[in-house]
Design a protein. Structure first.
Length: 250
């Protein structure tokens, strides 16, 4: 599905991503981990069209997207939710989703209509129900909890009907209980929608519990990839990131 080959990106002569080659099979669930400054966010920016690589390819279903606009990445099927939720605080949850869906479907004339198109209303209901926001559609986005704002950001990515969904630290800034509720939603989303899902995460308990496949970046390079057991017992990963504990990052 999504293939990355020979990806390189430098800033001021410093390699943020250095010759990274990875593939993400259709319907897979993958965690990207690594120490601060490992290049994780830069990698996401490269594979979502936020920045252009110095070299390499980003191929989705056989199409190389390098050089395409961010809008073209979205149209091709790559959606992204950010570490800091990008919401519209003065709009309700329903208005936010209505605007995103209407724009995506090309029905801008119906953007602020009191009577959205039936397919638009159905899409809003489906996404809101899936992410636990169905009873909060009338609330202003600014009044949502931190966790629900993150869910709304994910919803905004989902209404664009992505084939690949990128989640940049979906549990950032959350307490333990809220963190697990969020990751349960993410896992249910992956199981239900059968999309390719890639997420960056620092909580190793979460990563080892839900991610069948883990990729480790360190100083812009791919350090290791494998199953949770393989990563947990990889000496290079232990030395660079996990430490000698039971699998939590230092």
């Amino acid at each position: 599905m999504l293939e990355v080959k020979g990806l390189r990106k430098s800033f001021g002569g410093v390699a943020a991503i250095a010759d990274v080659t990875l593939d993400f099979p259709d319907g897979s669930l993958t965690a990207i981990i690594g120490p601060n400054g490992a290049g994780k966010s830069t990698f996401f920016n490269l594979i979502s069209g936020g920045i252009v690589p110095d070299a390499g390819t980003v191929t989705l279903a056989g199409r190389n997207l390098v050089g395409a606009s961010r809008a073209d990445f979205i149209k091709a099927g790559i959606g992204r939710a950010f570490q800091i939720a990008k919401i519209f605080p003065s709009l309700t949850v329903e208005e936010t989703l209505l605007g995103a869906i209407s724009a995506h479907q090309g029905h801008s004339a119906h953007l602020w209509s009191r009577f959205p198109l039936p397919e638009t209303r159905d899409k809003i209901g489906h996404v809101a129900q899936m992410l636990g926001l169905a009873d909060k559609l009338h609330l202003l986005s600014a009044n949502l909890s931190h966790g629900d704002q993150k869910l709304l950001d994910i919803a905004l990515a989902l209404v664009l009907e992505p084939r690949v969904l990128l989640l940049d630290e979906p549990t950032a800034g959350m307490g333990p209980e809220e963190r697990w509720r969020m990751i349960d939603r993410v896992y249910q989303l992956w199981e239900t929608e059968k999309i390719t899902l890639v997420f960056i995460e620092h909580d190793m308990d979460i990563v080892f519990k839900i991610a069948p496949s883990i990729r480790v970046l360190c100083y812009g390079r791919l350090l290791a990839e494998g199953t949770p057991d393989q990563i947990r017992n990889n000496q290079a990963v232990i030395d660079a990131y996990l430490g000698t504990g039971h699998g939590e990052a230092a």
